[in-house]
Design a protein around this ligand. Structure first.
Ligand SMILES: Cc1cc2nc3c(=O)[nH]c(=O)nc-3n(C[C@H](O)[C@H](O)[C@H](O)COP(=O)(O)OP(=O)(O)OC[C@H]3O[C@@H](n4cnc5c(N)ncnc54)[C@H](O)[C@@H]3O)c2cc1C
Length: 483
């Protein structure tokens, strides 16, 4: 592997022994990290990854592949690794982008390529992947595929499992290439096992991905809905009508109010300025609106027809158009939330997010019961209800994802507090028919709910697959706690 590629420096080991979950943040801040990996290995190329996996198999090492380390589900989990030597495999040297084909709208990309670099390189050819998670600046392509992430514009571009064409993995049983062409009826598509597998079966070294022509125009428009309930109906109508919007994001009344207040405080104001109040009265903006931001990305020629169809559907739900300004400020700040989360933690305030997805008919009740469950758990641990709000994003004809944010005073036992709030939230989500994760992944944090999600037979099939690719359990990832 080369001596220079094996790093035993304690700081580097500490940096890569954790991800970015709330539990990881608490461990990092307190210095109480359950277990440090024994070394960070940086394989120089794909052959070195294959050699490392063979070495691990022979010598009984445990390997955790890491790219951006931005996962928020305890996917890098030292506590779950047994007593064997634990190596974190830093894939940053797998950074080649090959065969960008305008003709096939496809590219071959090594797993360690960062999303921002990939977009930059595709942009030089007027192409885009269209995957823009909030963690865009720090996440990699490999990690995004392995977590089956969904970017903010997934309504238009799809999520990682839609973008993956073929994958190449170094597994403990040898190199595995999935089918070259995914749209086939020659048995089930095995490439589908790769997206969302979180390193259970082996190390992804390269992927063929679908790319798209970069949009000629990107435009955001905002709307005020009379209530979250009315907004949900509008979102459903939009998702089921096939209107070509790349993003639809609906905040509930509390989230709308929270970000409205934040905007004013940033400007040093306690209340909206006079002209805004008059404009709101003239436009008849409802007293407790739910804000919807809709984005279009595509050819200029389709912009007008897309928005006029969207306007028609939204007007039917009682929406009032607010113009482009709220969308512009959302776009400006859309990757910056991690910064204020870290700042709040430093001041003793907890910030945690919970995301799920469910069918349209289940979403209203899910929204209500999960909000109450989180709020009650906060009250139980902190003596105050904190602030809990949510938004809908990533919508489909049958349902949509729901993303909750909770802000709360930290208790004397922040780890115990977090575990209780997390458990109450996940229990309520599952009881209301939601998935325990729409796009963050399973990891150690969601592993206890895998049985409810997959069922006993489904989990035993996953165990069998793990056994087929990795019989000695070389691959160490938080998600294995589910098996
Ligand atoms: C502030 C913030 C906002 C976020 N917003 C979003 C969002 O909008 N949408 C979204 O989908 N996610 C979001 N995430 C979650 C996270 O960024 C994604 O899951 C991201 O895709 C992970 O990529 P990564 O390169 O950081 O992967 P890592 O954290 O390094 O790894 C993720 C998992 O994949 C495994 N893995 C990584 N690389 C490989 C490989 N080459 N082979 C095999 N296994 C591998 C790891 O072992 C781990 O289990 C957010 C995270 C943060 C901190």
């Amino acid at each position: 592997l080369g001596e220079d590629n094996v790093n035993e420096d304690p700081l580097r080991r500490a940096q890569l022994s954790l991800g970015q979950s709330y539990g990881d943040q608490l461990a990092r801040r307190s210095g109480r990290i359950a277990r440090l990996c024994d070394a960070v290995v940086v394989p120089a190329d794909q052959d070195a990854v294959v050699a490392l996996v063979e070495l691990a198999q022979t010598h009984g090492l445990r390997l955790t592949p890491v790219s951006g380390a931005t996962n928020v589900v305890g996917a890098i989990d030292g506590a779950g690794v047994d007593a064997k030597p634990w190596i974190v495999v830093d894939l940053s040297s797998l950074n080649a982008i090959r065969n960008i084909s305008e003709r096939d709208l496809a590219a071959s990309v090594e797993a360690g390529v960062m999303l921002a670099e990939l977009e930059r390189r595709l942009g030089e050819r007027s192409l885009t992947l269209g995957h823009f998670p909030q963690s865009f600046a720090r996440a990699s392509l490999g990690g995004s595929i392995m977590a089956n992430g969904a970017g903010q514009a997934s309504d238009g571009y799809g999520r990682m499992s839609d973008m993956l064409i073929a994958a190449k993995l170094a597994t403990p049983r040898g190199l595995w290439r999935t089918e070259r062409f995914r749209h086939a009826a020659a048995g089930p598509w095995l490439g589908g096992l790769v997206a969302g597998s979180e390193g259970l079966f082996g190390i992804l070294v390269e992927a063929d991905i679908r790319v798209t022509h970069a949009p000629e125009i990107v435009e955001d428009r905002a709307f005020a809905l009379p209530s979250f309930a009315a907004g949900l109906e509008a979102m459903r109508a939009l998702a089921q009508s096939g209107v070509g919007l790349s993003m639809k994001r609906l905040s509930d009344e509390r989230e709308t109010d929270f970000y409205g207040q934040l905007r004013l405080r940033r400007k040093g104001l306690d209340a909206p300025p006079q002209f805004e109040r008059v404009a709101a009265r003239l436009l008849r903006v409802p007293p407790r609106p739910a804000l919807l931001i809709a984005s279009y990305e595509g050819p200029r020629a389709r912009l007008r027809t897309t928005f006029s169809e969207a306007h028609r559907i939204l007007a039917h739900a009682g929406a009032i158009g607010l113009g482009a300004a709220p969308g512009r400020s959302w776009r400006r700040d859309r990757f910056t939330a991690p910064i204020w989360r870290e700042g709040l933690l430093a001041h003793g305030a907890g910030v945690e997010t919970f995301e799920t997805a469910a069918r349209w008919s289940e979403l209203p009740a899910l929204h209500a019961t999960v909000t109450t469950a989180i709020s009650n758990a906060i009250a139980e641990t902190a003596g105050a209800h904190g602030v809990v709000f949510a938004h809908v994003s990533h919508s489909y004809p049958e349902g949509a994802s729901l993303y909750f944010t909770a802000l709360f005073p930290q208790s004397d036992d922040p780890v115990g507090q977090w575990r209780l709030i997390k458990k109450r939230a996940a229990d309520a989500i599952v009881a209301a028919g939601g998935t325990v994760s729409h796009h963050h992944g399973l990891g150690a944090d969601h592993a206890p709910w895998a049985q409810a999600e997959k069922g006993g037979l489904g989990l035993s099939a996953l165990r069998a697959l793990k056994g087929a690719f990795d019989p000695q359990g070389v691959m160490a990832t938080g998600a294995e706690l589910a098996l």
